[in-house]
Ligand binder design. Structure first.
Ligand SMILES: C[S@@+](CC[C@H](N)C(=O)[O-])C[C@H]1O[C@@H](n2cnc3c(N)ncnc32)[C@H](O)[C@@H]1O
Ligand SMILES: [Zn+2]
Length: 180
C-alpha cells in the first residue's frame, strides 16, 4: 500500500517526517506543515526552489521506452532483478527504492513477487505518470537523485537502479543493490 512507505519519507524542506492527508488530492504533509499535493495521476512532486539543471525525459522518450519494455524484450532482466531482491524484501516491513524508476517497469516485477513497501524516484513527471499507474501501491516521487534523498537514513532494504544514473552517496553499502 502507498501508505506503507510514507513513514520512511522525509520532507525536502525540513527533513521532518511526513503523514498522508486528504482524499482528492492526497497530500504529503510534514510535521512543520510543508505540504505536497499528489498530481492527478498519483505521483508527488517534491522538487522545490528553481528545480534542477538536469533535462528530464520527455513524453515521447517515455512512450518509446514503455512500448519497448511492454514488448517483453528485457523480461529476463526484470526477472533477474526481482529474484536478486526477493530474499531481503520478503521480510515483513521491508522497503525497496527504485532510483530512476522511469515507467516503473522493473519495480512492478519486484512488487509482483514481494509484499514490500516501495518508493519510485524519477526526475521526469512524464515517466512518473506511467509509473504511478503501473505501481499504485508505491510512493512515486519527482526528485533529483543528485540531491539528498527525501528518505530517512537506514530505512531502505533494497535499491534498484536500472539504466539510470547512480549517485553512490545515496546508496548505502548495507543495502542490496541490483543495478542494471
Ligand atoms: C534510461 S531511463 C531508465 C528508466 C527505468 N529504470 C528503466 O530501466 O525502464 C533513465 C531514467 O533516469 C531518470 N533520471 C535521469 N536523471 C535523473 C535524476 N537526476 N534524478 C532522477 N531521475 C533521473 C530519467 O528521467 C529516466 O526515467
Ligand atoms: Zn517540512
Amino acid at each position: 500500500m502507498l501508505s506503507d512507505a510514507v513513514p520512511s519519507l522525509r520532507c525536502p524542506v525540513c527533513r521532518g517526517p511526513f503523514g498522508l492527508s486528504g482524499a482528492a488530492p492526497l497530500s504529503l504533509v510534514c510535521v512543520a506543515g510543508h505540504s505536497f499535493d499528489a498530481a492527478k495521476q498519483g505521483y508527488f512532486n517534491l522538487l522545490t526552489g528553481k528545480g534542477t539543471v538536469f533535462e528530464a525525459d520527455t513524453a515521447e522518450m517515455v512512450a518509446a521506452r514503455d512500448d519497448f519494455l511492454g514488448a517483453g524484450h528485457y523480461a529476463p532482466l526484470a526477472e533477474a532483478i526481482a529474484e536478486e531482491a526477493a530474499p531481503v524484501l520478503s521480510v515483513p516491513g521491508s522497503l525497496v527504492l527504485d532510483s530512476g524508476t522511469g515507467t516503473g517497469h522493473y519495480l512492478r516485477t519486484v512488487l509482483e513477487r514481494t509484499p514490500a513497501a516501495a518508493i519510485g524516484i524519477d526526475i521526469s513527471k512524464f515517466a512518473l505518470r506511467r509509473a504511478a499507474r503501473l505501481n499504485p501501491g508505491a510512493v512515486n516521487l519527482v526528485w533529483d537523485i543528485w540531491r539528498p534523498l527525501p528518505i530517512a537514513d537506514h530505512s531502505v532494504d533494497a535499491i534498484i537502479v536500472v539504466f539510470a544514473p547512480r549517485n553512490p552517496r545515496n546508496s548505502p553499502a548495507s543495502c542490496v543493490q541490483a543495478a542494471g
